[in-house]
Design a protein around this ligand. Structure first.
Ligand code: MRU
Length: 359
């Protein structure tokens, strides 16, 4: 998708310099900075500090992290240790371990001389596949938006939480892909963007990327969705996910659950968009999902631009207050209207998911 009119992916390999290029998302929307990752430690750090974030993108970054590890040292012990460190860099999104395991399987029987090229091709394949899957998610979700538009014959109002946009994937996004496809088809869309405290991925990233594509959107405080749904101002919700269980339970950015409850109470369809790389086929009980707890400074401090144009970080809490920063919650399957996947739309249930993915 576009930034300042130019097409980008969120991550790519620079063949000339053997480095990985990323868009540093901690600097958006105020600064657009492309950063080089040169070592596996750089990749781990980029994931952990959220220079790259969003489940599919951290999967893609971890895949390139293995490539960087191989460039540094072809010793199998080093690569194995690097893979373990990459998996630990963020615990909730399953795409991370999925991508590392896929890379490990691909390179496990390969000669040292071929290791780099095989790994690089696989990392590229993981990213290209994600682009294709997200595009298909868009085409499948488009049908739902079209149906609403054909009945309403007026602007379709869609509420989304966090950033499950192209910045969270390699391109297109998951939740935003149906929105981009509908916009390209000429369907009038307006997006309610949850600010998404504490890191404001909605305000800083989703609104920014929708602006760049000229899609009308309005940022709202996280607690505003409920009254908008009561007023009939939301036609549907679409969110992303960091890990969806085969039972259909959906783990996503903290606050998603409350939106699903409000949607349920107001008969607003609540859809979750995801590529199959986000499905956890092993865990059955959502309480077993590792929920990331991040530094409380993400709550107590806020970053923004002052009137002179300088980006500053300031404390907004009382000096001695304690804060707690859980990054994700789980929406039980019963509140999910449907899952929009690369293969089609299905119920959030084990039966439907297994049928969809031939499991
Ligand atoms: O903590 P983040 O910003 O990585 O969280 C991202 C989300 O919660 C997204 O909704 C999810 O990763 C889906 S991305 C297509």
């Amino acid at each position: 998708m576009k930034i300042e009119g130019k097409e980008y992916r969120t991550i790519w390999f620079d063949e000339k310099n053997n480095t990985v290029k990323i868009i540093d998302q901690t600097k958006l929307p105020h600064k657009f900075i492309i950063k080089d990752l040169k070592t596996v430690k750089d990749a781990i750090n980029a994931i952990n500090t959220m220079e790259v974030r969003g489940a599919p993108l951290i999967g893609g970054t971890a895949a390139y992290g293995i490539v960087l590890a191989i460039l540094e040292n072809k010793d199998l012990e080093f690569i194995k240790k690097s893979a373990e460190e990459l998996i630990k860099s963020r615990p909730t999104a399953i795409n991370l371990q999925w991508a590392v395991h896929r890379m490990n399987n691909k390179i496990s029987m390969i000669n040292s001389s071929d290791l780099f090229h095989v790994a690089l091709n696989e990392a590229k394949e993981i990213c290209n596949e994600d682009v294709k899957f997200c595009e298909n998610i868009g085409l499948n979700g488009l049908k739902i938006i079209e149906e609403i538009y054909n009945k309403k014959k007026d602007t379709v109002n869609i509420l989304t939480h966090c950033n499950a946009g192209w910045l969270a994937t390699i391109n297109w996004g998951t939740a935003t892909s149906p929105i981009y496809h509908a916009h390209k088809k000429g369907i009038p869309i307006h997006v309610w963007v949850d600010e998404t405290r504490p890191r404001n991925q909605g305000a800083n990233l989703t609104s920014h990327e929708l602006n760049e594509e000229q899609i009308p959107n309005t940022i709202i405080a996280d607690n505003t969705g409920g009254i908008l749904m009561q007023r009939g101002d939301v036609d549907m919700c679409i969110v992303g996910t960091d890990r969806t269980l085969s039972t259909g339970d959906v783990c996503n950015k903290i606050g998603t659950y409350l939106k699903a409850l409000a949607a349920h109470d107001n008969n607003v369809p609540f859809y979750v968009a995801l590529p199959s790389s986000t499905i956890d086929w092993n865990i059955k009980d959502y309480k077993e999902i590792p929920i990331e707890e991040r530094n409380s400074e993400e709550l107590s401090h806020i970053e923004g631009k002052d009137d002179a144009g300088n980006v500053k970080k300031i404390l907004i809490y009382p000096n001695n207050s304690k804060a707690m920063n859980l990054a994700f919650d789980v929406t039980p399957a019963k509140y999910v209207t449907g899952l929009i996947t690369e293969k089609g739309v299905c119920d959030a249930s084990e039966e439907a998911l297994k049928k969809m993915f031939n499991k």
